[in-house]
Design a protein around this ligand. Structure first.
Ligand code: CO
Length: 198
């Protein structure tokens, strides 16, 4: 079953060792990534590839619509491990244009459990409704909502107690908001980086 994936795996491992014989031995010791990536589960947004990082260099958390909900035990476990144990220097919240999750949050259709998951996006949509309603083009309005969602998740991460406690200890952490374009592969920095409580 899935033989093509298994043979892909062996070829990938062989190429890694051919380029760097100590590659897997080194990673076996421990991981020491400088970055935590919080991104969308979308298959078109492969975290490591986009920023050219190898295994061991990027700690990754992905979910539908790249949310950082302050009550989500999965995200919080990842965040605490990244901050307290790995001591990452940067946390990247990376949204993407054309996000199906963001679109589904506000299209009025009912899908089930995911409607609950996406609830924070409807709140963001409501809070920014005046700005959003002033954008006549549907696609542009959703793109802006993708950006606003990233900004809110940056705020969630930066105001989380794991992060604010780390800052209080003098541990350097920067939280960044990026948005990725599936159309051209480029990330755009939304310039909402936070490096301290103030
Ligand atoms: Co998405």
């Amino acid at each position: 079953m899935l033989d093509h994936l298994k043979s892909n795996n062996r070829l990938w491992a062989e190429r890694k060792v051919a380029a760097d014989p100590g590659f897997f031995k080194r990673l076996e010791g421990q991981q020491a990534p400088d970055y935590l990536w919080i991104g969308c589960s979308d298959s078109r947004v492969p975290a490591n590839e986009i920023v050219g990082l190898d295994p061991g260099e990027l700690f990754v958390h992905r979910n539908v619509a790249n949310l950082a909900p302050p009550q989500d035990a999965n995200y919080l476990s990842v965040l605490q491990f990244a901050v307290d144990v790995l001591k990452v220097k940067h946390i990247l919240v990376v949204g993407h244009y054309g996000c199906g999750g963001v679109a589904a949050a506000v299209d009025g259709q009912r899908r089930g459990l995911v409607d609950h998951w996406l609830h924070p996006i409807r709140e963001i949509h409501h809070e920014h409704r005046h700005e959003l309603e002033s954008i006549p083009d549907d696609a542009c309005r959703l793109e802006r909502l993708c950006e606003l969602n990233v900004m809110r998740q940056v705020r969630n991460v930066a105001s989380d107690v794991f992060v604010t406690d780390a800052w209080a200890r003098g541990q350097p952490i920067q939280v960044h908001g990026w948005v990725y374009s599936i159309a051209n592969g480029h990330v755009t920095d939304l310039n909402v980086s936070v490096c301290g409580p103030e």
